[in-house]
Each structure stands twice: as C-alpha cells, then as structure tokens.
Design a protein around this ligand. Structure first.
Ligand code: BG6
Ligand code: MG
Length: 252
C-alpha cells in the first residue's frame, strides 16, 4: 500500500488555474503600466523589480513600487488614485489581447481536461481576470471563476482556492492547483490541495512538481506522475524542505 497521505489518486476531479503567468503572460502588461506610473513619479522601475509583483495584489504591488522609488507617507486616497491610473493603462493593454496570447499548449490541456470530465476553476488575484478570459476566448472552459473581486484575502491566504473548490462542489483534497507564483503555491498548500508549479523550480520549490510550461504536458502525464507518487513525494515540504527543488522538476 502506498504511504501517500493524500487522497487525490486515483480520482482527482478538479483543476484550479491561476491566470497570470499560467494560462497567459500578462506580467508584461502589468510591467508596462507600473513602469509608466514610476516614470510619472520620477524613478525607474526595472524588470527585476517587476518580478516581485507576480501573484501580489494591486495595492500590495503599489506598496512595493513606492518602496522601490523611496516614496513614503502617501495617504490612502492618493494611493488609490495611483492604483486606478495604473489599472486604466493596464486595461488599455489587455483590451487588445487575442487568443494567440494563450501560453503554449495550455489550450490543448484545457480541452483534455474537459474531455476527461474534470471540473475547472480559475483562482486569480486579478480583478481583471474576467476580461482577460473573454479576450483570449477561454471563459467557457471554466465551471467557476474566482477572481480578485470575489475574495478579501490575497494569496498566500487560501481563500481564492477554497472558494474555487466550494463553487465546483468538490473537496479541497480533490483539487490540483496550477500556479506560477510562490505565494500561490503557499495558498494551495494551506488549502490542502496538490500543486503543480509552472515556471522556475527554484522559486516554486514548495510545489509538488514543477513544469516549465504546458508544452508536452498532458492529463495522462499528470495521472502517470500521480501513479508514481510524485505528488506524495512532497510530504517533505513541511519537513525542512528535505527535497531539493531540482529533483522535482518535470522536464516535459
Ligand atoms: C495577479 C498578478 O494575478 O493579479 C499580479 O500576478 C497582479 O501581478 C494581481 O497585481 C492583481 O491584478 P489586477 O488586474 O487586479 O490589478
Ligand atoms: Mg500568476
């Protein structure tokens, strides 16, 4: 008998996807808009600075940007005006998105899940998630859409994923989360869900497995990894990170 403490295999029944950085690359648009705001405020905001904003809520992102610019003592009203300005620019950019901007093979993977009868939810911090789903024409894949308008606590709080499971009518332990941000992986762990990191294994080392993207990834491959107990291997994650990040990367 497997020593896995997880109930997921053999019957996972739901997948919950983060949006930005997992299904589409909107980080570049966030960057353009934040950089524009920084320029207005008189400082340069680098791509490296922008990395710190991934998975972080809008207002928390603004706080990081102001910290980079050394700007302190702004009131809530001023900050809210700045965040609105940034968002207006961001919305201009994403309003021009097309289905071509779905990340490689992500659409095929969504089709496979649908065919396999797997429920699908979105679990995103973005208040613009609905618009992005529409622009890239994937709204119909989702049985539940949880975005920044529905939650009060940002990742790493598990609220977004727990609400996703609830709206899908499944248990958290039946869900697999796909995430590109460390805060999102932490949220999945706190929700007692399995998680697939999409991106850099050094950043996503708390994920059960890490894939570089959906190229050559498939539902069958995921099931096969579960059979091999790859997801159970991460029992060490709460035990002083015994597992090195490199040996959990799955090179699709
Ligand atoms: C997350 C992004 O998905 O959404 C963050 O990774 C962003 O960078 C956050 O700040 C909030 O997005 P929005 O669209 O509500 O400003
Ligand atoms: Mg993301």
């Amino acid at each position: 008998m497997s020593s896995s403490p997880f109930t997921l295999y053999p019957s996972p029944c739901a997948c919950i996807f983060d949006l930005d950085g997992v299904l589409v690359d909107t980080a570049k648009y966030h960057y353009l808009a934040w950089k524009r705001l920084a320029e207005e405020l008189g400082f340069y905001f680098s791509k490296a600075d922008n990395e710190r904003l991934k998975g972080v809520s809008r207002m928390a992102s603004l706080d990081i940007l102001l910290e980079v610019g050394g700007i302190t003592n702004l009131g809530d009203r001023e900050k809210s005006t700045m965040a609105d300005r940034k968002n207006a620019w961001y919305v201009e950019y994403i309003a021009k998105m097309t289905p071509d901007e779905i990340l490689p093979n992500a659409l095929d993977f969504l089709h496979e899940l649908k065919t396999a009868g797997i429920k699908i939810a979105l679990g995103s911090a973005s208040k613009n998630a609905g618009m992005i789903l529409q622009r890239v024409n994937i709204t119909s894949f989702f049985d539940a859409v949880i975005d920044g308008n529905k939650i009060t606590n940002a990742k790493p709080d598990p609220e977004v994923f727990l609400l996703g499971a609830r709206e899908l009518g499944v248990q958290p332990t039946e869900c697999i989360v796909f995430e590109d941000a460390a805060a999102g992986i932490e949220a999945a762990i706190r929700a007692e869900m399995k998680c697939v990191g999409v991106g850099d294994p050094d950043i996503l080392r708390r994920a059960d497995i890490v894939i570089p993207g959906f190229q050559s990834f498939s539902w069958d491959k995921l099931l096969s990894l579960m059979k091999q107990d790859c997801f159970a291997a991460n029992v060490a994650r709460n035990d002083d990170e015994k597992q090195s990040s490199s040996n959990k990367q799955i090179n699709n």
